[in-house]
Design a protein around this ligand. Structure first.
Ligand code: BGC
Length: 249
């Protein structure tokens, strides 16, 4: 039987959802998205999630719920780009109440990394890999031999006296109207720091902006290999569903 799982990727700006054929490793149709309600509290967000799920094809198994938060023992412990009311929230319990389904609650960059390592740019890579997602913030996921070290928050690493994501995220590029060169000057500083601390074999760059890799790749200055995310901005949805399927197995 084909396993079709619902993946949900919540960001500071948009909520995306899609049904993933986890055996074939691809989306069933399109992902749907809606602006993240403001304030982005759990109560405000659940109706948006329910209406996205209702418009998608039927899914089976557990729901994968990726969020821009640290998740420990099923509960959010941080909330950087969403409402602080999320701190302490049990994401799976909220989904059970909203969709009447079991769920796996995990960090959004970890989900994107899982998609890329299982089926995308990092597939079959056995060395050390750093996945970075550039969006409203900067997310990170660290892998060694394909195994995840969860909940790294390397977007909050300090760079020149400020948080890296306040200096080099895609959101900062848009807000300051930085051209590719000006933004890459910042990203290169960040990658240099990552390189000096982790010496990964491979960096995978994700987020919607990774779909423009050809535009900025010539400006990258990095000792390690750098690849764009194969699944681009959909890696979080796909990875959330894959992680939920692994939790179901
Ligand atoms: C959050 C991370 C998240 C990243 C990307 C950061 O602000 O702290 O948990 O992975 O944004 O959304």
């Amino acid at each position: 039987m084909t396993r079709r799982l619902l993946g949900i990727d919540v960001g500071g700006s948009f909520i995306k959802a899609g049904v993933v054929d986890v055996d074939a490793g691809r989306l069933e149709g399109q992902t749907l998205s809606a602006p993240t309600p403001q304030p982005s509290t759990p109560e405000a967000m659940m109706p948006t999630i329910a209406s996205l799920a209702a418009k998608l094809p039927a899914a089976t198994g557990r729901v994968g719920l990726a969020f821009p938060v640290v998740v420990k023992s099923g509960r959010a412990r941080t909330a950087a780009n969403i409402d602080h009311a999320w701190i302490g929230a049990d994401g799976a319990a909220l989904i059970r109440r909203t969709l009447d389904r079991d769920a796996l609650f995990l960090n959004d960059a970890d989900a994107a990394g899982i998609a890329e390592m299982r089926l995308g740019a990092g597939r079959g890579h056995n060395g050390s890999v750093v996945m970075l997602t550039f969006g409203t913030g900067i997310g990170s996921a660290l892998f060694i031999e394909g195994r995840l070290f969860p909940n790294t928050e390397l977007g909050h690493m300090e760079l020149n006296g400020m948080e890296a994501e306040k200096y080099a995220s895609a959101h900062v590029k848009a807000m300051l109207n930085l051209d590719w060169r000006a933004w890459m000057d910042r990203v290169n500083v960040y990658l240099d720091r990552m390189q000096a601390l982790f010496w990964p074999d491979l960096f995978i760059l994700g987020g919607a902006i990774s779909e423009r890799f050809a535009d900025f790749a010539p400006l990258l200055r990095c000792e390690a290999e750098v690849r764009p995310a194969h699944f681009g901005n959909q890696a979080g949805v796909i990875g959330a569903a894959l992680a939920a399927a692994e939790a179901d197995a």
